[in-house]
Design a binder for this molecule. Structure first.
Ligand SMILES: Cc1ncc(COP(=O)(O)O)c(C=O)c1O
Length: 462
């Protein structure tokens, strides 16, 4: 049974360098006792006036926004609701092409006409750089009817964008800015981290409490400074979010907010642990961990050093590194993609956890031979778009093996999960570069997921 499997994992010695940010501390029983519905005295998340209104006011204050909506369906529901609240059917929108699937699903549901910006890939590292404000401004100039810009900051790997300058450009051109800040919930609680999106001028931002803070899986916030927009956000949340929000999850949000109110000491300790870890990692000879070089990289505006991006540098793929850490050292990472593996840290990590990771990496590093793996760090071009996502999905299709798909138009999303960024989007041409990228990811052990679960068959427009 799942509950036994979960308890076995909890009772083992595997250390979690993955979500959720509470790192499995804070209780060990299933919380049936506090699992209720909207009975008298417990307010209604879809029309909050009592304890849930108070919870949301606390959240807004702590996260530096005028309004906060507590979410129990993750940042995903915030992205769907905010996109619909800020667009009309068929609008032209500008989307960072490295967005999470939720952003594409929002575009699909709202039948949006998407323009894309593909961020550069950082040379030698293979992760996305920051999108520059100038490239956003250029797109806004070329398409003055863009009503909404959606960017991701920080990225899964921790790369942060110049949200303030991008927000200024959007507002100059009459567009609004939604920031997917799912990985940046911890930003407001230490000067060590970059500034959050709403205080930088974003019209709305979503942030997953569960990813980097002590809160249960699925908990998130939707934030805005705009009271008029807030009314429409509330309406859209009533469409997309469950009508039976879990009080267990809402209580977990409340407990997280209470922790954050008095969290300076805990974040100072976390910051010290990160410094110690990054300092020790400088001794690695083959493997490396993104830190100072990213902060100084020309194409990176800012970086969250709480994300530990571990690079194999041609000695081993990210997947091999992640598998070795699990099998030999009982350390479970968040994900691996191409040449890197990602360890997620939080304020709940312990000295023991960081020590185990650096010791394991030091041992693996000492066994590394000279680089002989092909690296996967080259940039690839933006795929050509022939149809909007909803047009493609509403067209008849057929299944085709990827070996015969070159030049065809996709009718489905193709992605490695995580990170859940589509490599192919419905309506895009499956070109040689995209196929080569898919093959490289498969060769480095990444699983490819499609909507029809039939990969290597892909649904194409017939
Ligand atoms: C960048 C990004 N945005 C949004 C999401 C969706 O967040 P949630 O899982 O809280 O729904 C994820 C999930 O991993 C993500 O990585």
């Amino acid at each position: 049974m799942l509950v036994e499997k979960l308890k076995d994992y909890a009772n083992g010695d595997v250390y979690p360098f993955h979500m959720p940010g509470h790192k499995r501390t804070g209780g060990n029983e299933l919380p049936y006792e506090i699992d209720i519905t909207e009975i008298d005295g417990f307010d209604n998340l879809h029309d909050p006036r009592g304890c849930l209104a108070e919870l949301q006011e606390n959240a807004a204050e702590l996260f530096g926004a005028r309004r906060a909506f507590a979410l129990v369906n993750g940042s995903t529901v915030g992205i769907l609701a905010a996109t619909r609240a800020m667009t009309k059917d068929g609008d032209r929108v500008l989307i960072a092409r490295n967005s999470h699937m939720a952003v594409y699903h929002a575009a699909e549901l709202c039948r949006l006409n998407t323009e894309y910006i593909l961020p550069d890939t950082l040379d030698g590292l293979g992760i996305f750089a920051s999108i520059s404000p100038a490239s956003v401004e250029q797109m806004l100039k070329a398409h003055p009817d863009i009503s909404l810009v959606v960017i991701t900051s920080p990225t899964y790997e921790g790369v942060v964008l110049d949200v303030k300058s991008i927000a200024d450009s959007c507002h100059r051109y009459g567009a609004r800015l939604l920031v997917d800040e799912a990985h940046g919930a911890h930003f407001p609680f230490s000067d060590r981290f970059p500034q959050s999106a709403v205080p930088c001028g974003a019209d709305a931002a979503v942030t997953s409490l569960h990813k980097t803070l002590p809160a249960m899986t699925q908990t998130a916030l939707l934030l805005t400074n705009d009271d008029i927009l807030a009314r429409e956000l509330q309406r859209q949340l009533s469409i997309f979010e469950t009508s039976s929000p879990s009080y267990v999850l809402l209580a977990s949000i409340d407990r997280c907010l209470t922790f954050l109110k008095d969290s300076k000491g805990a974040f100072d300790d976390y910051s010290r642990r990160l410094d110690r870890f990054h300092q020790a990692a400088k001794a690695l000879r083959h493997l490396s961990i993104a830190n100072d070089e990213l902060l100084n990289a020309e194409k990176v505006f800012d970086f969250d050093s709480g994300k530990l991006c571990l690079f194999g540098n041609g000695c081993m793929s990210g997947k091999e590194l992640m598998d070795t850490l699990r099998a030999e050292y009982h350390l479970e990472l968040e994900m691996a993609l191409g040449d890197y593996a990602l360890a997620m840290t939080s304020v709940c990590d312990t000295d023991e956890g960081f020590d185990r990771l650096i010791n394991a990496l030091t041992m693996i590093d000492s066994r590394c031979k000279a680089a002989d793996h092909p690296t996967n760090t080259t940039a690839y071009p933006l795929p050509q778009k022939r149809y909007t996502i909803s047009e493609a999905l509403n067209t008849d299709g057929e299944m085709c093996d990827i070996d015969h798909a070159e030049g065809k138009i996709s009718r489905e999303y193709v992605r490695a999960y995580p990170p859940g960024i589509p490599i192919i989007v419905p309506g895009e041409v499956i070109d040689r570069e995209v196929l080569s990228r898919l093959r490289t990811l498969m060769a480095s052990g990444n699983e490819i997921i499609t909507d029809h679960s039939a990969f290597p068959l892909i649904s194409i427009i017939g």
